[in-house]
Write a protein that binds this ligand. Structure first.
Ligand code: ADP
Ligand code: MG
Ligand code: ZN
Length: 476
C-alpha cells in the first residue's frame, strides 16, 4: 500500500463588518426582510456606478497586517464574469493580479493573498421559507448582494483535516480579535472552501486537487476534508485518477457530490473594472490600519507564557478563544498579585469555561472579580478546592459574593477540631471493613474512609489532614 500525504489549501471568505456595502451606501445588515437594503448598484442595474468602500479597504489592510502580508501600494478591482441567478449583473467585482495584500504567514501556514470583493445575492428556496417564496418557487434576496468580503487564500501548507480545522479556528479568533467581522459561520459571515489533493509521501509535485465548497461549521470542514481524503485515497489505491472538480459535502449523509468541473481563470474573462479607480494605498492608510491592531492571539499566547509563566498548551487554549482570553485578563487584573497566574488560568479554563457551556459568553454569567476572590479563598486555605467548586456553582446559578456564599452555607474549611474528629469517627463506624484493613497496615483501604469524611463535610476538609487523623485513630 502506498503512503499518501494529504495536501490542503483553504480559501476563506470573511464578511467585513462595515457600515455600508462594498460599492454602495446600503446597509449590509443580516436577517432583515428580503430586498429591504438595495439600490441600483447592488441590484446590478445597468449604468449604476460603484464607489469603493474606504472602511472595507481599511479592514482589509488590518487583516493583511495581522497575517504578516505585504501590502500593495496600488490595488485594482477586476470584473470576474459569470452568471448565476444570485448574481444577475453577470460578474462579481473582485481582484485579480493586484490584490490588496500579498504573501504572508499565520502560524506556519503561508498566506497566498488577501483580496476584496462583493458578495452575491442569496437564493431563498421554497423548502427553506414558504412565507417568502411560494410552494415551488425561489426568491432572490438582494440584501446580501454587494456585502464586502475579504477572501483569504492560503498556500497548500496543511496536511490533515484536524490541522485544517485547528488553523481555521486560529484564523477565526484572529479575525474576531481584530473586530473586522462577526466571523459567524452559522450566519455565513465566515465561509471556508477547502482544496484537497494527495501525493506520495516524499513527492514534491502536487497531485490533482478537488475543491469542497462553502462549509459553514468547523465540524463540517473537518469531516468534509476527512471524507474527501478517504475518497481520493481509494481512487488512487485502485489505480484510478482524481478528477479536478468542485464538490459539495453533505454533512447529513456524509456524501460528496459534484457541483461543477474545473474552471480556470480564463473562463472568468477577468478585466479591470472600468467604473472604479485603482486603490492607492498610502502610508497614512497603512499607519491607521496598524494603529487599529489589537494584541493578536499569537502575541497574547506568547505573553501568557513569558510574563505569566503559563504553560504553552494552556496559554494557547486561553488565547485561542478571544472571549475566554478577555475574561482571563480581567481575572488577572482583579486578582491579588500574590496569586500565581497559572492557578487563575486553570480556574478560568477548566472550571469557569466548563460551566459556561458551549455557547460561551462567560463574562455574562460570571464576574471576573468574583472568580478572582474565590481563587484567593482557595489559595489562602480558607476553603478547599472542592468547596471552591461548590461556590463557583452558586456564582453561576445565583451570583453574589464568594465570601458571603462561604459563610452563608458554612463552606469554610474544617480545621481539625471536634467537627473533623466526629466525622472521622463516623467514617470508621460506617466502613468497619476498611477500617480493619487499615489497622492491618493496608494503606489503600483509606480511600473509602476519606470518601465518607469528605461526604460528611461536603468536601470542606483537607485531604491530607483527614488521612493523618484516620491513621492516628486506627493506630497504623
Ligand atoms: P484555482 O485556480 O483552482 O483557484 P489556486 O492555485 O488559485 O487554484 O489555488 C486555490 C487554493 O487551492 C489555494 O488555497 C491553494 O493553496 C490550493 N491548492 C492549489 N493547488 C493545490 C493542490 N494541488 N492541492 C491542494 N491544494 C491546492
Ligand atoms: Mg479558487
Ligand atoms: Zn446598494
Amino acid at each position: 500500500m502506498t503512503d499518501w500525504e494529504a495536501v490542503i489549501g483553504l480559501e476563506i471568505h470573511v464578511q467585513l463588518a462595515t457600515q455600508t456595502k462594498m460599492f454602495c451606501s446600503c446597509s449590509p445588515v443580516f436577517g432583515d426582510d428580503p430586498n429591504t437594503h438595495t439600490c441600483p448598484v447592488c441590484l446590478g442595474l445597468p449604468g449604476a456606478l460603484p464607489v469603493a468602500n474606504a472602511q472595507a479597504v481599511h479592514l482589509g489592510l488590518m487583516i493583511g497586517l495581522a497575517l504578516g502580508c505585504s501590502l500593495a501600494s496600488q490595488s485594482v478591482f477586476h470584473r470576474k464574469n459569470y452568471f448565476y441567478a444570485d448574481s444577475p449583473k453577470g460578474y462579481q467585482i473582485s481582484q485579480f493580479d493586484q490584490p490588496l495584500c500579498g504573501p504572508g504567514n499565520l502560524a506556519g501556514v503561508r498566506i497566498h493573498r488577501v483580496h476584496l470583493e462583493d458578495d452575491a445575492a442569496k437564493l431563498i428556496h421554497a423548502s427553506e421559507s414558504g412565507r417568502i417564496a411560494g410552494a415551488d418557487s425561489s426568491t432572490v434576496d438582494f440584501n446580501r448582494a454587494g456585502t464586502p468580503l475579504a477572501e483569504i487564500v492560503t498556500e497548500p501548507d496543511l496536511h490533515s483535516a484536524a490541522q485544517a480545522r485547528e488553523w481555521l479556528a486560529l484564523l477565526r479568533t484572529t479575525l474576531r480579535t481584530l473586530g473586522v467581522s462577526d466571523v459567524s459561520m452559522d450566519e455565513g459571515s465566515l465561509r471556508c472552501d477547502a482544496n484537497i489533493s494527495l501525493r506520495r509521501v516524499g513527492d514534491q509535485t502536487l497531485g490533482t486537487k478537488t475543491e469542497l465548497k462553502n462549509m459553514n461549521s468547523f465540524r463540517f470542514v473537518e469531516r468534509g476534508i476527512e471524507a474527501e481524503i478517504i475518497r481520493q485515497r481509494e481512487l488512487l489505491d485502485s489505480g484510478q485518477t482524481v478528477t479536478q472538480e468542485t464538490l459539495h459535502f453533505d454533512p447529513r449523509s456524509g456524501s460528496l457530490t459534484t457541483l461543477r468541473s474545473k474552471e480556470e481563470a480564463h473562463d472568468y474573462r477577468y478585466f479591470p473594472e472600468p467604473d472604479l479607480l485603482p486603490v492607492e494605498v498610502t502610508e497614512a492608510m497603512i499607519a491607521s490600519a496598524r494603529d487599529a491592531l489589537p494584541e493578536l492571539p499569537i502575541e497574547r499566547a506568547a505573553r501568557y507564557v513569558s510574563e505569566l509563566q503559563i504553560d504553552d498548551v494552556l496559554a494557547e487554549r486561553l488565547a485561542g478563544d478571544a472571549e475566554l482570553a478577555e475574561f482571563f485578563d480581567a481575572v488577572v487584573e482583579a486578582a491579588d498579585k500574590s496569586i500565581e497566574a497559572r492557578v487563575l488560568a486553570t480556574w478560568v479554563s477548566d472550571d469557569a469555561a466548563g460551566r459556561a457551556g458551549d455557547d460561551g459568553l462567560l463574562a455574562s454569567k460570571l464576574e471576573p472579580a468574583a472568580l478572582a476572590e474565590l481563587v484567593a479563598l482557595v489559595d489562602d486555605g480558607s476553603i478547599t478546592t472542592a468547596a471552591g467548586r461548590t461556590v463557583l456553582d452558586q456564582l453561576f446559578e445565583v451570583g453574589g459574593s464568594p465570601a458571603a456564599i462561604v459563610s452563608d452555607q458554612g463552606l469554610g474549611k474544617v480545621d481539625g477540631g471536634d467537627e473533623l474528629e466526629a466525622a472521622v469517627d463516623a467514617a470508621i463506624a460506617a466502613e468497619p471493613e476498611a477500617a480493619e484493613k487499615v489497622r492491618a497496615g493496608e494503606q489503600k483501604a483509606l480511600g473509602p474512609l476519606v470518601g465518607v469524611v469528605m461526604k460528611h463535610t461536603s468536601g470542606r476538609a483537607d485531604g491530607g489532614e483527614v488521612r493523618k487523623l484516620l491513621l492516628e485513630r486506627l493506630g497504623s
